[in-house]
Design a protein around this ligand. Structure first.
Ligand SMILES: O=C(O)CCC(=O)C(=O)O
Ligand SMILES: [Fe+2]
Length: 394
């Protein structure tokens, strides 16, 4: 079977794709119909012209996705983005042009990043991406030359050590940490994860996912004015920002595991996530992959977190929610959860109340998990190349 037929075979319910057309205005619906008919009925059409038409639909949807707050974008708009991205990938593959598989994969990844899973064809895009990845040539291996470890700066922060526990029972964790909202470093809880042995070899990630498009944060940290975000292939990120850490880039807070389900098989949701404050929900799982020197400035999140260190060392400074006023959160709605004070170099003239804040601090080594209770402030810096996985739940 050729690639186009394999892609079409992934569709479980074709009428779901046709339904998505209803979300478009009449003119765009006609254009989409034309592209759809080309893919499924084959006609004498120039792919270049079709691709231009599909891009005009994607541009229109892109504007819709970027209007208002992301959480308020109707899921049907995101599903239509998924469908159109899939059709675009089909047209690209049919064209058989140079690099067509790479370009089709990029288009499917954008569908995964910005779209939403369809109701009946929910695995369509991840399966399409797996098909493209399989049919691409595998890269030659790289050796990681720099195993640089930056010196710790924790000595500059006056504070208490976060308690360290060895794989505590769920009851102990619940009574002493989860219920009272008190942080802890949990050791020896992830030795059974395949990720612990597989991920430190960057060639594994390159081979499995080197051609996948991922969002990368560029700049010293997200509250810096020169900070930006870019989409690039994981390979580009690894070569340009991870192996060569002179240009700081961070694959941060990205749900890589929904995008690439093969990677999810390498990790396990910690048993502690079964504890719940209200109704139990599945945790939000995010990847944090970066070189030595990445910094997440002092901020808090609305959920409990188990920040898990698959490899590399990070150091973390924490403050309880009752210290919020002493940390001077940024004003305005965008950075309200980020502090103006840098706990490593506090400007006490500007931020005098910081004197009264009580820091907690810890090192997070490979294999450790840090329990960060909801709304606790945390500042995280990587001393080495590092891969962490966070589990946010409540
Ligand atoms: O590891 C990091 O850089 C930050 C992690 C973090 O802020 C989180 O998991 O909420
Ligand atoms: Fe965080």
């Amino acid at each position: 079977m050729d690639l186009k037929s394999k892609l079409i075979a992934l569709i479980q319910n074709g009428s779901e794709i046709e339904k998505c057309m209803n979300d478009l205005n009449l003119h765009l619906r006609e254009t989409f119909q034309e592209c759809h008919d080309y893919c499924f009925k084959s006609g004498q059409v120039y792919e270049d012209v079709l691709l231009l038409k599909i891009d005009s639909i994607l541009d229109y949807l892109h504007d819709e996705l970027n209007t208002g707050h992301w959480s308020e974008v109707p899921v049907t708009t995101r599903q239509t983005f998924t469908c159109v991205s899939f059709i675009k990938a089909l047209v690209i593959v049919s064209s058989g042009a140079d690099e067509s598989v790479r370009n089709a994969l990029k288009c499917v990844d954008l569908g995964l990043l910005l779209g939403a899973p369809l109701s009946e064809n929910c695995g369509l895009m991840t399966q399409a991406a797996a098909l493209f990845s399989e049919s691409m040539s595998k890269p030659s291996s790289v050796r990681v030359l720099s195993k640089r470890k930056l010196p710790s700066n924790l000595g500059r922060v006056h504070g208490k050590e976060v308690p360290v526990l060895h794989c505590p029972s769920i009851e102990h964790f619940n009574e002493n940490h989860f219920k009272p909202c008190y942080p802890a470093v949990l050791k020896d809880c992830i030795s059974h994860w395949p990720a612990v042995t597989k991920w430190p070899d960057v060639n594994y990630l390159l081979e499995l996912a080197g051609s996948r498009t991922v969002p990368i944060e560029i700049g010293s940290h997200y509250a810096d004015e020169n900070w930006t975000q870019k989409l690039m292939s994981l390979r580009e990120f690894i070569y340009d920002h991870y192996l060569d850490s002179s240009s700081l880039g961070y694959l941060a807070q990205h749900n890589l595991f929904d995008q690439i389900p093969e990677l999810r098989e390498d990790i396990r949701v910690p048993d502690y996530c079964a504890l719940a404050r209200e109704e139990g929900v599945d945790p939000d799982v995010n990847a944090w992959l970066g070189p030595e020197g990445t910094v997440s400035p002092l901020h808090f999140d609305p959920k409990d977190n188990l920040l898990t260190q698959v490899y590399g060392t990070k150091e973390v400074v924490l403050f309880a929610p009752c210290d919020s006023e002493r940390l001077y959160p940024h004003e305005g709605s965008l950075l309200f959860n980020t502090a103006q004070v840098d706990p490593y170099a506090p400007d006490l003239d500007k931020f005098p109340k910081y004197r009264g804040a009580g820091a907690y601090k810890c090192m997070l080594e490979a294999g450790d998990m840090l329990y960060i209770p909801l709304r606790w402030w945390h500042h995280v810096s990587a001393l080495e190349k590092s891969f962490s996985v966070s589990f946010w739940w409540s």
